[in-house]
Structures are given as structure tokens and as C-alpha cells.
Design a protein around this ligand. Structure first.
Ligand SMILES: Cc1cc2nc3c(=O)[nH]c(=O)nc-3n(C[C@H](O)[C@H](O)[C@H](O)COP(=O)(O)OP(=O)(O)OC[C@H]3O[C@@H](n4cnc5c(N)ncnc54)[C@H](O)[C@@H]3O)c2cc1C
Length: 679
């Protein structure tokens, strides 16, 4: 059991002269109470989507004691919302090589080919193991898995479940397996025995469905998310007592704050805040030698997104504070066909899956003209960035706020059998796709970038792994190929589990953080960040719009830091302010990278730089946070990440040092691995 005594913060940042790819903790962390309790595990998994639960299952199967911490309910991440399916070369005549080729094309020259090779080669067996774990995919009369086609795929290779409820089925199967693997059955929360202090201002957060979205969750009738007070879950105290009986402990409704490190700077666990359930304080620690970030995406950085409310980029922000490198954040995939709910719609919006176009739906403008014909050989099935850009262009040309997806020719029966979730979501918003075209517009959907990892999920911080949407393995390059993300979560989760269980190590003694931390933004800053990002860093970007966004974000950041440094003032620590602070940090990094990348590539569309510039920019931007709260940016030599994240999770020496003095938004520099700081 740890004590409440305040110690020093993590490892001491070495400041200047440190190789850019060598791990140095920033010493920055979220302002939060000192942990009042702790439990031990071999592995902490943060997040319970496809990535987190697969890591947990595979680690537990190898005998590890796993603690899964998740922000809301087990199935509240993006995984449950996935509609289309999982891509893998399972069909007759299809091969990993063909899947590789399609992935590389979608990635617009920026995929890390060894990572894609790992994805497509391991993929088919990973899907088979998911089926063995209990997931039920749609099959034909002969029992073979039915395979659909989606944008960018030259073959039918998308395995789906429940028609368009693949994620719900994957989530159901993994949760059932995790519970069977020894997690205690959920029960009503009792206060953790060792936590007794009050977190100031903390109120339980209700996970309500976004007002504007009125979403029907896949695979279920319209579901009401319960507030944490009424949610049942396993409590930290309970979890510790039942540990002997099970190898996976679940802590739901708990927000992981920051990484704990030992005196050598190696991962030693996480701090977390347990929400709600009648108690106001829940900051504690899980001590473990390996931490796997599986926190999903960051869609909530924009006003309109397909992502659920938990997708606030927490894992990327935590990793940045821990000194890890992140990459490719400028490549945000905007899904081209999201149900348009009006000009002021905010939060999670219903997706109209690519699979609808895969089955023959047409994109038309208000006059009924199919504007994708002649734009790309695959027309409506072109890669997502092409379709999103074409929609935006047509919207501009015609002055329309949206375009239409016309699938009336499917007929009522096909709609009901193949796309029951989408049909229900449309009808819930007064649109009947059987009789009228669906209004659609692009919305933020997927983060192709994230915490930089190697092929076994190592980040640049020893003992810290990243998996799923939070990670940047390099498989997506500048644009994700449809249905490759569930597969990425599966494949790399298995690789990470193999790595963790092959290298058992005793946990180090964590250095307990001092009471203070970094200043927090007010909860309203979340909406401010979303407005800034939507206006300046959305589907259409330019030097001017990005500069405006950078300036506005910087003012938010500076105001908080100055108030803190001058008067010790900060917003009260609570879920909303932690999330807002995380969102603002990832937004700063995203905008800094988007400014630096002066070209158009994949889903990064610069209006002022409309061409792809392979000579200058066929390389990744790698960003880390410095101890001075500035951003250090460097570029890789080419599209491959290389081997500077070594197998033992440490960074190889040799990359040039970053300059000492923080600078402004610097001119682009293309020396490989050179590093520059941005304020
Ligand atoms: C509407 C929609 C449709 C999609 N369709 C497809 C598809 O057809 N095929 C496909 O391949 N991909 C699809 N995707 C993308 C895919 O669903 C996601 O990329 C994938 O599910 C991400 O899985 P994950 O495990 O990385 O994260 P998630 O499933 O998002 O899980 C993240 C978890 O982390 C938790 N978490 C976050 N922050 C914290 C914190 N601070 N502390 C504790 N826990 C935290 C969350 O609560 C959640 O449990 C779709 C996405 C959306 C939104």
C-alpha cells in the first residue's frame, strides 16, 4: 500500500541536450489530489474497447494479473459503435498482399510498411481467434463468413456481425470473455476502504447520450446510459480482495490521470480517479510494471464527431506528459457520410457506414447528380479522404450545407436486414432511407495518429505501451483504410500481450506525485476547443485558419498557466476539467503538426498547399512535450518509423538534440530527425 506522503514528481526532466527520441519525462501532470489508495497488478490496461480487452484477455491467458481501468461502462468506447466490420484477407482468392496494397494506397505514401505487413499477415488468424473467443460474425447458408466491400478495398474482405452492428458484437464477446476470465461480476459500488478525502468540486458525471444525436446504439434498442451513481461496477477495494480468484480485475467509471514512474523513469503504474457512486473522492493508484494505453480516439476535439463522449484524447495527453513521442496527429479522418442533423448539431452524430456505399448507395447533390462519377475509379467507394473532399467541394460549389446518400433502391427488406442500426438511427431523426435520400456531411471520425509505437506496441517510455486508436503504429499512414482499425486493435493487442508476458519484471517503487500538478482548464474550455478546432483545423485547412486556431489555443493555455504561476489558481480538479485540459493539449499538438505539414496528403487537406509533396513531406512529424510545456517536433527520414523504439521499450540514442530555447511556429525543416521546439 502506498502512503499519502507527497514525494517528488516522476523523473527529473533533463531539459536541453537530450536526444529527441530518448525518453525524458516532462514532470508535467494533471492537477489532482495525491493518491489515497493503491492496488497492485502485473499489467494495467487503460480502456476497454477492442484493444484493451484483447490485451487483457491475452495477458491473463498467459498468467498475468491484469487490471482494466475504464472511464465509463465497459462498452462505452468507439468499439461498440463500429458498424462496417473488420477487414482481413479471409475470402477465397484474397491475400495479405492484396490487403497490404490497398492499405498502402489509402495511406497516401506514409504507411510504415513493416507495420502494415504485420497487420495484414497476422490479421486473418487474429480474427479467427476473436471468433474462438466468442464473436459471432454473419455467415452464409454454407456457414462461411460473409464478406462485404468498403471504400478503398478492391475485394470483399469485411467481416461483419448483426448486419451493421459489428462493434457491438465484438464488444459483447470480449466483455463476456473477460468476465469469464475471472473478473468479479459487477456489483453496486461500495466506497474503497482506503480513500476518504474529498476531491473538491467533483460531481458524478452522467454519461448521457448527446442531446443532438439521439443515437441508437448498435445491437440494442435505444439505450439509456446510467449515471455513475446508479452504475454497478467493481470497486478498487473489492477488486483487491477478489484478486486471488481472478486474473482480470475491472475498474469501471474511473478516469486514469497520469503515469507513475519509478526512480529510473520506468513505468510503475498509473494514477486514477474513481467517479461517482456516492463518494466524492477516488484518486488512487494501480502499481504495475507495464501500462497499456488503449484509450481510443480524440474525436471530441471537434464539435461534430462520430466518436462517443469518452473519446477525449486522454491517452495521448497522458503519454505526452510522460515524455512519450506522438506522431501523425494532423491526420484526422473525417468520415464522409455522417447523418447531417442541422448546422448547430454538436457531439456524437450517427454514422452512415461506408458499407452502405459498398452495397451500392449513391452520393448525390440536391439536384440528384452523382458527383463522384469521374472523380475516382472507385467512385463512391474511393478512399474516405477523396470522398470527404469531394463532398466538401460540392457543398461549396452548390452552397449546400450537406449532400445526400441515396439508397432508396435497396428497398425496405434489405435496409432492415443489412443495415438495421442505421435505419433506426435515421428514422429516429425523421429520415426514412427507404423512401428518401439521407442528408450527409463529413464529421471527425478517426485519429490516424497517436502515441508512436514499434511493432510490439512499445512507446518511447520504458514499460508504457499503446494499442488501438490511441496508438500510431504506422499502419494507417496519412489515411486509414476502412475497417482496418478494429483489426489493428486485435493484432497489436496480441503482439503487446506476447511482449509483456515474455518479459516479466518486478514492478519498481513508484515515485508518488507531489500534491500540485499542472493547471487545469475550466470545463467550458472543452466547447471552446471544439469550436476553435472545427473552424480552423477541420476537413479544410489553410495556413491562415491554422494560425488562427493555434493563436486561440495558445491564449487558452497561456491564460491557465499564467493564472497558476502568478496566483496558484486553477480550475477545480474533476472529470470535466481533466478532459478539457487533455483535449486542449492534443488540440495544440494537432494544430502544430498541421501547420508544419505544408502539403496536402491523405486526410490532411491544406487549401493553400493543394499538392502532395513527396520530396519534402514523405515523412512523419514526431512531437513530444518538453518540460517547459512547449512542443518539440522532429521529422523522420521517410515513411517508415525505423527502429529507434527498441524492443525493450527504450529509445535508441543518436537522434539530434532539440534546441534549448522555445521558439515560435518555426519554418519547416526537413532534415531527418531534426527537432524544433514550438511554443
Ligand atoms: C461510429 C463509428 C463506427 C466505426 N466503424 C468502424 C468499422 O466498421 N470498422 C473499424 O475497423 N473501425 C470502425 N470504427 C473505428 C473503431 O471503432 C475504433 O477505432 C476502435 O473501436 C477503437 O478501439 P479502441 O479499443 O482503441 O478504443 P475504444 O473502443 O474507443 O475504447 C477506448 C476505451 O478507453 C476508455 N478511456 C478513455 N480515456 C480513458 C481514461 N482517461 N481513463 C480510463 N479509461 C479511458 C474509454 O472509456 C473506452 O473504454 C468506427 C468508429 C466509430 C466511432
Amino acid at each position: 500500500m502506498t502512503t499519502n506522503a507527497a514525494g517528488r514528481i516522476g523523473t527529473i526532466p533533463s531539459g536541453t541536450g537530450t536526444p529527441a527520441s530518448q525518453h525524458t519525462s516532462t514532470g508535467i501532470r494533471l492537477h489532482a489530489p495525491v493518491p489515497g489508495w493503491s492496488i497492485d497488478a502485473d499489467v494495467v490496461v487503460v480502456g476497454s474497447g477492442v484493444a484493451g480487452l484483447t490485451v487483457a484477455l491475452r495477458c491473463a491467458a498467459a498468467g498475468a494479473r491484469v487490471t482494466v481501468v475504464t472511464k465509463a461502462h465497459l462498452d462505452d468506447g468507439s468499439t461498440r459503435w463500429a458498424q462496417g466490420g473488420i477487414a482481413a484477407a479471409l475470402g477465397e482468392g484474397d491475400t495479405p498482399a492484396q490487403h497490404l496494397a490497398d492499405t498502402l494506397v489509402a495511406g497516401a505514401g506514409l504507411c510504415d510498411e513493416p507495420a502494415v505487413r504485420a497487420l495484414v499477415t497476422d490479421g486473418p488468424d487474429a480474427v479467427r481467434r476473436l471468433i474462438a473467443t466468442g464473436a459471432l460474425f454473419d455467415t452464409g447458408d454454407d456457414g462461411a463468413i460473409l464478406l462485404a466491400r468498403e471504400g478503398g478495398h478492391h475485394r470483399r474482405r469485411i467481416a461483419h456481425a448483426g448486419g451493421d452492428a459489428t462493434g457491438a458484437e465484438v464488444s459483447r464477446a470480449l466483455i463476456a470473455a473477460v468476465r469469464a476470465a475471472g473478473a468479479p461480476a459487477p456489483r453496486t459500488q461500495t466506497a474503497p476502504g482506503t480513500a476518504s478525502r474529498s476531491a473538491p468540486g467533483q460531481t458524478a458525471r452522467a454519461q448521457t447520450a448527446p442531446e443532438t444525436a439521439s443515437q441508437t446504439a448498435p445491437g440494442e434498442a435505444a439505450r439509456t446510459r446510467t449515471a455513475p451513481e446508479t452504475a454497478s461496477r467493481s470497486a478498487p477495494g473489492e477488486a483487491a480482495r477478489t484478486q486471488d480468484g481472478g486474473r482480470i480485475e475491472l475498474i469501471e467509471n474511473a478516469l486514469v490521470l497520469d503515469l507513475l514512474t519509478d526512480a529510473e523513469g520506468r513505468t510503475a503504474g498509473v494514477t486514477l480517479h474513481v467517479m461517482g457512486a456516492g463518494q466524492r473522492d477516488g484518486v488512487g493508484a494501480v502499481r504495475a510494471r507495464a501500462v497499456v494505453l488503449a484509450t481510443g480516439g480524440m474525436g471530441q476535439v471537434y464539435s461534430a464527431t462520430t466518436n462517443p463522449s469518452v473519446s477525449t484524447g486522454d491517452g495521448v495527453a497522458l503519454a505526452l506528459r510522460a515524455g512519450a513521442e506522438v506522431s501523425d496527429l494532423e491526420f484526422v479522418q473525417f468520415h464522409p457520410t455522417v447523418l447531417w442533423l442541422g448546422p448547430d448539431a454538436e457531439g456524437q452524430q450517427p454514422l452512415v457506414s461506408e458499407a452502405v456505399r459498398g452495397e451500392g448507395a449513391h452520393l448525390v447533390d440536391a439536384d440528384g447528380t452523382r458527383f463522384m462519377l469521374g472523380q475516382h475509379e472507385l467512385a463512391e467507394l474511393a478512399p474516405r479522404d477523396i470522398v470527404a473532399k469531394a463532398i466538401m467541394r460540392r457543398m461549396r460549389e452548390t452552397g449546400g450545407a450537406h449532400m445526400y446518400l441515396d439508397a432508396r433502391h435497396f428497398g425496405a427488406q434489405m435496409w432492415q436486414e443489412r443495415f438495421p442500426t442505421i435505419l433506426a438511427a435515421c428514422r429516429a431523426h425523421g429520415i426514412d432511407p427507404v423512401t428518401e435520400p439521407i442528408p450527409v456531411a463529413p464529421a471527425a471520425h478517426y485519429a490516424s495518429g497517436g502515441v508512436r509505437t514499434d511493432l510490439r506496441g512499445h512507446t518511447t517510455v520504458p514499460g508504457l505501451y499503446a494499442c488501438g486508436e490511441v496508438a500510431c503504429t504506422g499502419v494507417h499512414g496519412a489515411n486509414r483504410l476502412a475497417s482496418n482499425s478494429l483489426l489493428e486493435g486485435l493484432v497489436f493487442a496480441e503482439r503487446i500481450a506476447a511482449d509483456i508476458t515474455a518479459h516479466p519484471a518486478a514492478p519498481g517503487e513508484p515515485v508518488i506525485p507531489a500534491p500540485a500538478g499542472s493547471p487545469l482548464l475550466a470545463s467550458e474550455a472543452r466547447y471552446e476547443v471544439q469550436r476553435i478546432m472545427t473552424a480552423g483545423a477541420g476537413v479544410l485547412r489553410s495556413a491562415e485558419s491554422l494560425a488562427t486556431a493555434a493563436g486561440a489555443l495558445e491564449r487558452l493555455h497561456t491564460a491557465a498557466v499564467e493564472a497558476y504561476d502568478r496566483e496558484g489558481k486553477t480550475a477545480e480538479p474533476c472529470v470535466e476539467t481533466w478532459e478539457a485540459t487533455n483535449l486542449a493539449l492534443v488540440a495544440r499538438v494537432l494544430v502544430a503538426a498541421a501547420r508544419r505539414r505544408e502539403e496536402t496528403r491523405g486526410c490532411h487537406w491544406r487549401e493553400d498547399r493543394p499538392d502532395r509533396d513527396d520530396e519534402q513531406w514523405r515523412r512523419h512529424l514526431v512531437v513530444r512535450l518538453t518540460p517547459y510545456r512547449t512542443l518539440a517536433v522532429r521529422t523522420t527520414e521517410g515513411p517508415e518509423f525505423g527502429d529507434d523504439v527498441r524492443d525493450d521499450g527504450t529509445a535508441a540514442p543518436g537522434a539530434p538534440a532539440h534546441p534549448a530555447a522555445p521558439g515560435g511556429a518555426a519554418a519547416p525543416q526537413h532534415q531527418p530527425s531534426a527537432s524544433k521546439e514550438l511554443s
